[in-house]
Design a protein around this ligand. Sequence first.
Ligand SMILES: [Zn+2]
Length: 297
Amino acid sequence: MKALVGAREQRDIERLVSKILRDLGNPEPPLHLDQVRDVLALDLKYYSTTDVGPLAEIAHRIKVAGKQLVARPGLMLDVLKKAKLSGLWLPDDRRIFIDQELPPAKHRWIEAHEITHSVVPWHKEFLLGDDELTLDPSCHAMIEAEANFGAGRLIFFGDRFARDALDCDPTFKSIKRLQGNYGNTLTSTFWRFVEDRDPEIASFGLISQHPHHADIGQGPGGEPVHRFVASAGFLARFPHIGSMDVYSLVRRNASWRRKGPVVDGIDILTDATGSAVKFALDGFCNSYQVLTYGRCI
Ligand SMILES: [Zn+2]
């Protein structure tokens, strides 16, 4: 996803996010998105299957297959679901719409994503406000990646999260503490900690099932691994190691506990030159999945 955001666009978006934080008086985490919307004079509305009313004001601007949706805000909902949009931003009215039926934990990310659309000047021409919802798929992927990039910069306060992470011990306990400080989800805090704390050091994050309890976190097709993220240092030194190799380490070092700290130990991965490298493993089960942080020692 990162690769889709050009270096110049990254810099521009970083600057736009810094300006928002400055306009808010460089507050301490967590970021209150309602204050961000105040500063930007943005309005937020929720829609849902049982309340499509808010979509009426968008529907009249959008044509699908040449037909206006004005009389049928319900159709608008179908359009959004089909496009897999969980929110959108309407430039003319400076208004953000969010699908209320999404899990509340996701709202914060989506709101930050839509806020980014609203401040990136070149997004305006791609988004609603025109009378047709026609987006070139590759363009769409690019502006979505840019909005996600901006959302991350915003709710993790630009470079500040990396600095705060570096001030903490590299343990799961620190990840949980930072989650509390920043008010973002445990998984998003986890990814960021792995990627940003000290990118040169080989470290990884794995979200998987519990190796001893198939009812915790097994994928619908029985797959044990959900997501794997690695630091730049890890990718450079262990290009041949995949998520299932890392899962083997988790399996060897997991306890039978169902909740809380469940992975603990030191294990070995072989780097690209054939040297054995020790990794400290620290994993936590939130009773749905196991999140394991691993770091070379
Ligand atoms: Zn978007």
